[in-house]
Every structure is written in structure tokens, then in C-alpha cells.
Write a protein that binds this ligand. Structure first.
Ligand code: 13P
Length: 334
């Protein structure tokens, strides 16, 4: 393992003004997104849609540091035969790959999930590296509800995240470690704060036990935020203040960067929250976005599967990328 190189990539992924495009929706998830805009989820349509994003020159070269791909996409070529991975590299962004294989019910823990995909991961990472991937992503899902999460669910998911991260570093790939505490419930921001604290502490404990080099990883957490169905929605300043307090308490300064998921926040909320956090600096790590929905909802709508809408889709994507790029420096204005 070359830690200097891992650190260089991790640092580039969170460079000020730039962030990560999470375009790694599984076939099931992208079908849901396409259903919402009335587009059939065929391999061709998925390719055309992602090619549209990766050919958004301005956004990709100025605001996007890296792109997380799904397995299907990393092997796909653009219409003119150029591998999509090459399009990303040519724009100056780093290709990455989602390597977890989704979630399964966790036995003995009703309502809880464990992320799977460790079997044969070392071999898969080798192939992805050869194809150009320089970072990877693994997402653990922790739900808040009555009596959950259990320490069992937190523990097994943290263990798997650390196993994955160690395998990545051994394959010279920067792991994005993503323990997502969902914002789907009616819990308030303080409950999210408390659960996220437990999850991050356990995750870093496992990372240490399994000898993951913190200098060669990126953390992808949720923000401390009110559940979507909570009657009392915490304002932007409170989300920013509590998230930074929580991260400072749990994330060692050796970690080069933190890149948030958007998790179901509206486009503008996701931007406003990141921006407000940068007003609380200086911060010990790079802090930016790794958004899926908050970067793609607008371009998906503008494109709607029609070739004549490609320019409109690219312009919608560029706008969101630019706004989040500004937020990653605390320079965004509503
Ligand atoms: P969202 O920003 O839509 O939450 O997606 C980010 C991601 O990669 C989730 O794993």
C-alpha cells in the first residue's frame, strides 16, 4: 500500500470548491428515478443519461472531483465508443466505484439491515483498479425507530465497513466509508445526533482495530438533522452547528475529508447546510458534498429521457454542481 498516494487521492476528492457526484444508483434505484420522469430503465437509457452528466464540461471540470459509478456503468462506453470512465478522467475528475452489494435483513434484529458484498471483494477491486477506479464506496444503513438501532446492527455494519476499507487500501483504492443514519423517521435532531455519534464512534473503533490508515480514506456521513416526519424541523444554523460539533467529537483530524450524502434533503437544503457549516470554520478536515439526489433531481427532470433536452439537463446539473461547489467554500448565497 502506498499511503502517500492514497492520501493524495483522498485530498483531491475533497478539494475546496469541488465535491463528488454519486451516480452509483443500483438498477432498482435508478428504475425508481426513471419511473418518476416517465423513462424506461433500459441499459441504453441509463448509459445516455449518465453520459449526459459526464459530458457536462463546465460542471465536471470545475465542481466535480470524483464520480461514484455503479458496476454496470464502469464497463459501459459512450455512444461514440469512448469508455465512460475515460470521459470522467478527461474532465479531470476521478472515477470511483460502489462495491457493496446492497443490504439484507439482519437475523435476530427485526427491522434492521446489514450491508453485504465482502466475498470476492479483493478480486473485484483489482479489476476495478485496472479499469481506472481510484476510490470506492460502501454504504451501511442504520434506521432510527422504536427500540432501534441496536448495538448489534451498529456493530456488524461497522465491522463490514472496516473490512471493506482495509481491502480497498490493500488494493490501492481510497475507501469512502459511508455509515448512513437515515432521516426517514419522525425523530428529532437530537436523537439523530445521539445515534450518529454512536455509529461514528463504533465505525472508527473498527477502522482502528482493522488497521485502516485514516489518512487514506474519506468519510461519507449523514448530517445531524431532523427526521423527515418530525413536526419540529431544525433550522439550517442548528443543523450546521450540531453536525460540526458531532463530527469534531467523532472524526479524527487525520481523516483528510468528509463528504456528505444528501439523504432526501431538498436540493437547496443540502446546499444551504454545507454552506452554513463552512461559516463555522476553520475545520480540521476537508468538508464537501457527495450528493446523489441533491445533484441529480433537477437534471433528471429537465432531461426526461429526450435527446433534445440534453443541453437543458446539463445546464440543470451544472447549476446544482456550481451551487454546491460554492457551498463547499462557504461562498454560496441563497
Ligand atoms: P443521496 O445524496 O441521494 O443520499 O445519495 C448519496 C449516496 O451515495 C447514498 O449512498
Amino acid at each position: 500500500m502506498n499511503l502517500t498516494e492514497l492520501n493524495r487521492i483522498a485530498t483531491a476528492m475533497v478539494a475546496p470548491g469541488k465535491g463528488i457526484l454519486a451516480a452509483d444508483e443500483s438498477s432498482g434505484t435508478i428504475k425508481k428515478r426513471f419511473d418518476a420522469i416517465g423513462v424506461e430503465s433500459t441499459e441504453g437509457n441509463r448509459r445516455d443519461y449518465r453520459e449526459m452528466l459526464f459530458r457536462s464540461r463546465e460542471a465536471m471540470s470545475q465542481c466535480i472531483s470524483g464520480v461514484i459509478l455503479y458496476d454496470e456503468t464502469i464497463w459501459q462506453d459512450a455512444k461514440d465508443g469512448t469508455p465512460l470512465v475515460k470521459l470522467i478522467e478527461q474532465s479531470g475528475a476521478i472515477p470511483g466505484i460502489k462495491v457493496d452489494e446492497g443490504t439484507q435483513a439482519l437475523p435476530m434484529c427485526p427491522g434492521e439491515l446489514v450491508t453485504v458484498g465482502l466475498d470476492k471483494l479483493a478480486e473485484r477491486l483489482k479489476k476495478y483498479y485496472e479499469r481506472g477506479a481510484r476510490f470506492a464506496k460502501w454504504r451501511a444503513v442504520i434506521d432510527i425507530g422504536s427500540g432501534i438501532p441496536s448495538m448489534t446492527a451498529i456493530g456488524v455494519n461497522a465491522h463490514a465497513l472496516a473490512r471493506y476499507a482495509a481491502l480497498c487500501q490493500a488494493a490501492q483504492i481510497v475507501p469512502i466509508v459511508e455509515p448512513e443514519v437515515l432521516m426517514d423517521g419522525d425523530h428529532d435532531i437530537d436523537r439523530c445526533y445521539e445515534v450518529t455519534t454512536r455509529v461514528l464512534n463504533k465505525t472508527f473503533q473498527e477502522l482502528r482495530v482493522q488497521r485502516v490508515a485514516l489518512e487514506g480514506m474519506v468519510l461519507k456521513p449523514n448530517m445531524a438533522i431532523s427526521g423527515k416526519k418530525c413536526a419540529k424541523q431544525a433550522p439550517v444554523e442548528e443543523v450546521a452547528e450540531k453536525t460540526i460539533r458531532l463530527l469534531k467529537a467523532c472524526v479524527p483530524a487525520a481523516v483528510p475529508g468528509i463528504a456528505f450524502l444528501s439523504g432526501g434533503q431538498s436540493d437547496e437544503e443540502a446546499t444551504a447546510h454545507l454552506n452554513a457549516m463552512h461559516k463555522l470554520g476553520p475545520l480540521p478536515w476537508g468538508l464537501t458534498f457527495s450528493y446523489g439526489r441533491a445533484l441529480q433531481a433537477a437534471p433528471q427532470k429537465a432531461w426526461s429521457g429526450k435527446a433534445e433536452n440534453v443541453a437543458a439537463g446539463q445546464s440543470a446539473f451544472s447549476h446544482r454542481a456550481r451551487m454546491n461547489g460554492l457551498a463547499s467554500k462557504g461562498e454560496w448565497q441563497s
